[in-house]
Design a protein around this ligand. Sequence first.
Ligand SMILES: Nc1ncnc2c1ncn2[C@@H]1O[C@H](COP(=O)(O)OP(=O)(O)O)[C@@H](O)[C@H]1O
Ligand SMILES: [Mg+2]
Length: 265
Amino acid sequence: MANKQSREDGGSGDRGVPLIRFASIGKYYGTVHALRGASFEVRPGEVVGLIGDNGAGKSTLIKIVSGVTPKSSGSIFWKGEEVEIPSVKVARRLGIETVYQDRAVVGSMSVAENIFMGRELMRPFLGFIPRLDKKRMREEAGRLVVDLKLNIPSADHLVRFCSGGEMQGVAISRAMHFRASLVILDEPTTALAVSGAQQVLNFIRRLKEEQIACIFVTHNLHDVYEVADRFIVMLQGEVVADVKRSEIDVEGLVELQLSRKRKEA
Ligand SMILES: Nc1ncnc2c1ncn2[C@@H]1O[C@H](COP(=O)(O)OP(=O)(O)O)[C@@H](O)[C@H]1O
Ligand SMILES: [Mg+2]
């Protein structure tokens, strides 16, 4: 049981190199100062809840690490080495997959097509011409759907006929297939009914079993408390608290967010 220790301490043991470290990340959008030197780290296999009010800078930080928008200052260290992440492609190559609530999937495409979009599996045709390996993609998608207990009839099912929770599941299947080291979910449960939100929390637990680290951005403290090992609280572009789950209960988390706001006021 090599993983036992890291599971018991929630994957947040303090030894070893962090999977990712944000060092004083700053971001201006024109004159808007969205991030003011945000620093924190995520350990391999750890689930981190990134919380804080609207406008705190959570999505901006996520967009920077996903290669969607450039930072203005600061450094990102990936497995101990400083990296630049100029595009989504580079982020994915490192092993960072981001699931956005609003554009996680393409409705007009099948489940299999969504999972392999942009990274299709190929097979040689006539010995050398690469062709799409539709059969393998369908089979692999079918396996992932079963693994995540998605209630989808087949990998050919169009994603627009899936529920909100299932759509997030399709996006998470993608991260599992491509063996991401870090999955980032920005407000994955916000638009969902309770059952869909529970489904997404189960996906996060499944990622954790696979030792895939996760940054879960939300302002739903009850959802995040169910799955996170540690909580990072942001306020006005800064990290104002970094607390382990074992050190706080959900009421404490609510109080923490409120008290930081009161101090600010
Ligand atoms: N594209 C943008 N252009 C200008 N300002 C932006 C842009 N995106 C975000 N902001 C501003 O940056 C700040 C942080 O926003 P955001 O990262 O979306 O916070 P959060 O996700 O925590 O709600 C807010 O003041 C927001 O209005
Ligand atoms: Mg946001």
